[in-house]
Design a protein around this ligand. Structure first.
Ligand code: ATR
Length: 270
């Protein structure tokens, strides 16, 4: 019997995580089965408990349950505690271990796959919801010189920045353009409705990377806005998805898969 894992979300039907983990399992020879699990919006904890009772070993957690997953964990990795969100749960004999691999996944995609340094750089993070708060600790860990969080609702950006302190600052959209950034990351959900946050040319430093944490068509509105604002390096979040998956695989199985061939396979398939 393979060890069972799943991605829990709502919606979850289009998640590419099962294909990624199947590729990791083939590559490493680990005997696992990984499926999608749709949880009712008011039934995350129940869905996870049923999966665990049925022999499940762990889950990935996606929208909108990362905050609930954080609260459900009985032991937390430091980076999940800092992010106040968990995307990975491992069912241990004595409790539930929670981790957040989104931030490390983003940092690894930017620095290793895309070859863009974060250390010493000026970074703009757009959005102040769960997706944004999940990656702040990893960006700070990567040694950014300055991290400005810009959000439509400025108060939310200010609250997130206050939680971390220097070198994190906050602003509203009206202040964008006053300062150039080397790396600009969209962590809003605006792309879900075909929209993009405003991005004036003054925010884009020469040679800057514009990065959307979602992938495929959902990333297009922001990447198009970034192109119009003068960004020449653009990337969607497919690499982040593969990297966070590899880090979760490591949490569960103790082995870090080689992500490059899996990412290349996904890019070729679309
Ligand atoms: P997630 O877990 O995806 O971050 P969330 O916690 O609901 O989801 O946060 C959504 C983020 O996208 C917020 O930063 C939100 O801005 P507000 O705090 O002002 O609501 C941002 N967002 C959503 N739609 C947007 C839009 N059309 N333009 C700009 N920002 C948007």
């Amino acid at each position: 019997m393979p060890d069972r894992y799943a991605v829990v979300g709502n919606p979850v039907a289009h998640s590419r995580s099962p294909a990624i983990h199947a590729a990791f399992a083939r590559q490493t020879g680990e005997d696992i089965e990984y499926t999608r699990l749709l949880a009712p919006l008011d039934g995350f904890a129940r869905t996870v408990a049923e999966f665990r009772d049925a022999g499940g070993k762990g889950v990935n957690v996606t929208l909108p349950f990362k905050g609930e997953a954080f609260r459900l964990a009985t032991t937390l990795a430091a980076r999940a505690r800092l992010a106040e969100a968990a995307n990975t749960l491992r069912f241990d004999p004595d409790g539930v271990y929670g981790d957040n691999t989104d931030g490390p996944g983003l940092v690894r995609d930017v620095t290793v796959n895309l070859g863009v340094a974060l250390a010493g750089r000026r970074v703009l993070l757009i959005g102040a919801g769960g997706a944004a708060s999940g990656v702040v600790p990893a960006l700070l860990g990567a040694g950014v010189a300055r991290l400005v969080i810009a959000n439509r609702t400025e108060d939310r950006a200010a609250a997130l920045a206050r939680r971390h302190g220097a070198p994190v600052a906050a602003c509203g959209f009206d202040a964008l353009g006053d300062e150039p950034f080397d790396v600009l990351i969209n962590a809003t959900s605006a792309g879900l409705s075909g929209a993009a946050p405003p991005l004036p040319a003054g925010a884009v430093a020469p040679g800057a990377l514009a990065y959307d944490m979602v992938y495929g068509p959902l990333a297009e509105p922001f990447l198009a806005a970034a192109r119009r604002a003068g960004a020449t390096r653009l990337a969607d979040g497919l690499g982040m998805l593969v990297e966070q998956a590899a880090e979760s695989f490591l949490v569960w199985r103790g082995i870090r898969p080689d992500t490059a061939p899996v990412l290349a396979g996904l890019r070729a398939a679309r």
